[in-house]
Write a protein that binds this ligand. Structure first.
Ligand code: HEC
Length: 486
């Protein structure tokens, strides 16, 4: 496709200069279109030297704004793209990124202080609506305001921190590739670390990957969270932003059903008897219940504000659902499929992912920003809150052990908590953006999906060291399903 020079950019400016109007704009005229002109001016003075007047950038040195600023704006993983752009322009960006298949590892300068909040709002409005970006922009588009910039960019963070945020949104290309990790570089082979298959949902490439067989199943749009039936025969997968859930045959990889769960589907789980699937639908404040055998939606249960994920107790009589928007856990009676209680979780404002202790007495909660809480179900008390890595992540009570593991998508570490001592006992560096965490059914190994590096880190739960790293084929491995450890 051939893009024209953006005449929209030059025209208002040229006319303004011609008419000599630029200095006499009255207050009433300062509407959005006026801001657009101001934004064009900021862009020309402060951004075009690198990103070019027509927004096309310089391949290998400065990433394009054309087609790309809007792509970032439209993202809704981790923090929203809208907020991300505010952070980039305020604090800069340091780290290696990939845009349209081309690598950049430069340094985007920080503009906070050098440009006013109004100028930053104006230039952001300009880049997301110019160079043809307008065509892809999510509508309705509410222009950025100086107040919004002020509210989002109110802390002191670095370009490296912004880079971590970026990783939490879209990851990067693998820092290790299949041929760089010979099988003999680790003491254990892939088969040794995978006593039974695991299923990795690679969100940005819409794939499910089965390990250790390395099978790749494509066309699972937005593969986000996945869960496996107790007998290991079926996967239930939510599609990020598609609102669909898929039922997949674990032998053939065939998509057996594609069901509409709601506008967005997040966490999925399967009841201990394998009969019911739960798909959490945050915007409709509900859980969609699926008959796994008939492969049909049978009910939607109202659970409370912005639910995210769920877990069943061992006998399947209850399900617990995190309410990220309410700072609480909803308790579902599985006989009636009705919410019977809501337990608030002080100290954990945004409960995100969840697991339950083997004895069914405690819930382990991972929040959205960097904390883990442990809730005693009977007394409805949060016993303790732990500070873990930054950002959200999965959480898993490791079978046959006294350990809980959690990821941290805006960080590079996983944290290990001792469930007897209620103490954070270990932090392990696994690479950029660890999110999904699941132990093998026997508890021997911990699998971590490292979103920013497109790999699975495998940790020995007795030595708490990384014993293997397995690159995957897809991008942004978000979640892992393991038979025997729901
Ligand atoms: C000195 C050169 C330079 C200038 C001036 C500059 N940038 Fe950048 N910009 C970069 C580089 C280099 C990157 C990529 C950084 C990296 O590789 O980590 C970048 C990245 C970005 C990104 C993020 C893209 C992504 O994929 O995350 C945005 C948005 C952006 N710039 C907007 C702007 C705006 C708006 C201005 C003007 C206010 C501006 N830039 C001025 C060099 C520049």
């Amino acid at each position: 496709m051939c893009y024209q020079k953006p005449t929209i950019f030059l025209k208002p400016l040229a006319i303004a200069i011609l008419l000599g109007l630029q200095a006499n704009v009255t207050h009433a005229e300062q509407d959005n279109s006026q801001n657009f002109d101001d934004g064009a001016q900021v862009y020309k003075s402060y951004c075009a030297a690198c990103h070019q007047m027509d927004g096309s950038g310089v391949p290998g040195s400065f990433p394009p704004q054309k087609g790309h600023a809007v792509e970032m704006f439209n993202l809704e993983t981790g923090i929203t793209g809208r907020q991300y752009l505010v952070k980039v322009v305020n604090y800069g960006l340091t780290g290696s990124i990939e845009v349209n298949g081309i690598d950049y590892s430069g340094n985007m300068p920080a503009w906070k202080g050098a440009l006013s909040d109004q100028q930053i709002a104006d230039v952001l409005n300009f880049i997301v609506t110019s160079f043809g970006n307008d065509n892809q922009l999510q509508k309705p588009f509410l222009p950025y305001t100086a107040n919004e910039i002020n509210a989002i960019a109110n802390e002191d963070i670095s370009g490296t921190d912004v880079y971590k945020l970026r990783l939490s949104m879209i990851g990067q290309k693998p820092s290790i590739s299949a041929n760089k990790v010979p099988d003999n570089s680790y003491a254990l082979t892939l088969d040794e670390t995978l006593p039974s298959p695991i299923y990795v949902a690679a969100q940005n490439s819409s794939q499910i990957e089965k390990l250790p067989s390395l099978q790749v199943w494509e066309g699972v749009k937005g593969a986000h969270y996945d869960a496996i039936t107790p007998d290991g025969s079926r996967l239930l997968v939510s599609g990020f932003k598609t609102g669909q859930v898929y039922i997949i045959d674990t032998d053939s990889g065939k998509i057996l059903a594609n069901l509409a769960a709601g506008d967005i589907a997040q966490g999925v789980k399967i009841s201990p008897n394998g009969k019911l699937g739960f798909a959490v639908v945050p915007k409709q404040h509900s859980v969609t219940v699926i008959d796994m055998e008939k492969m049909k939606v049978i009910k939607k249960i109202k659970v409370g504000k912005e639910p995210h994920n769920t877990v069943f107790n061992a006998d399947g009589s209850k399900a617990f659902v995190t309410l990220q928007g309410a700072g609480a856990i909803a308790v579902i009676n599985m006989q009636s499929l009705i919410k019977e209680n809501e337990i608030s979780t002080p100290g954990i404002k945004t409960p995100h992912n969840i697991d339950i202790s083997r004895d069914d007495k405690r819930l382990w909660l991972r929040d959205f920003t960097g904390k883990v809480g442990v809730l005693d179900i009977a007394s409805e008390k949060v016993l303790k809150v732990f500070k873990v890595g930054t950002g959200h992540g999965g959480i898993d009570v490791i079978p046959n052990s006294h350990l809980v593991v959690t990821g941290a998508i805006s960080d590079s570490t996983i944290s290990i908590i001792d469930t007897d001592k209620l103490k954070l006992v270990h932090t392990i560096d696994v690479g950029a953006g660890p999110h999904g965490v699941r132990a093998s059914a026997d508890g021997r190994f911990i699998f971590v999906s490292v979103t920013g590096e497109n790999k699975i880190a495998i940790i020995d739960s007795t030595t708490l060291t990384v014993v293997r790293e397995q690159p995957i084929n897809g991008r942004f491995p978000f979640w892992i399903a393991v038979q025997g450890n729901p």
